[in-house]
Design a protein around this ligand. Sequence first.
Ligand code: PEP
Ligand code: MN
Length: 337
Amino acid sequence: MIIVLKPGAPEEERLKIKSLLLREGFQINEIVGVNMTIYGVIGDTSGFDPKRITVNDFVEKVMRVQEPFKRANRMFHPDNSVIDVGGVKIGGKKLAIIAGPCSIETEEQMGAVAQSVKASGATLLRGGAFKPRTSPYSFQGLKEQGLEMLKKAGRENGLPIVTEIMSADKLSRFLEDVDLIQVGARNMQNFELLKELGRTNVPILLKRGLAATIEEWIMSAEYIMAGGNDNVILCERGIRTFETYTRNTLDLSAIPAVKKLSHLPVIVDPSHAAGMWWMVEPLAMAAIAAGADGLMIEVHNDPENAWCDGSQSLKPERFRRLMEEVRGIAQIVGREV
Ligand code: PEP
Ligand code: MN
């Protein structure tokens, strides 16, 4: 951390700042110029609130050199993390492909989608049982009954399952049944939920919040990791911008940014980003080209009659074609499907 004092900061105020920093256990490298005095603060300042310094009228500015996250920081873990989800490794050379419907509807639907996506090369099966809907009058998910259907389809097709948790009171059930617990965009900053998940060791898929910065997103991963659970996978799913043509704006730059800042795997969900099925394939290819560790794709056997997000869901045949395209891109960037 670097502290720049205003010209003419009185000695008394300088001493106040210095003694506060020393009391916190930091060392200070003092540079006294003609007009300005600068303090280089040495030590781990990640837990130190810079506002304790900026409140002083004689402080011009405080700049952080180090990011506020530690366990998620690549600086402390230079190698990519590879996370094991029910035997499927996420973050290594092989891409993770999560596919399935937005919502679990019937046993037949789950069975049909699971079988087709498996045949096309998906490695994990998704399906929402507890749905975070904008309207309280919309379908809220089949809840525990849906979870049973997802479990059955996953088991029958040899695919680990991914589904969203909305509150910590369902955690014990999720721990028993779910291979990868998804925290949705709307709960990315539900800190109490994140802390509960941090006390487990189950892999967590943390989606980026609707209007979260990259740093806020990684800080949410840090919440889970601070509790001792290092099994976090990040998922970019589009953010709110001024653009209304698409449901969200897929932030492709988040992929190299996260890769630079953190060692955690990052996958991309082009379905919720685009909101339109025909845009899913090109965005999926772009995501893999940009270095994503995998994809999450909504697939439905009858999108016209889907209970949720049919307009952004691929038919099984289109998903099969998407996988072929992705395979080609993966080869170019040195990855496998
Ligand atoms: C989902 O994946 O089912 C979902 C609701 O996505 P998001 O949280 O990204 O909106
Ligand atoms: Mn959806």
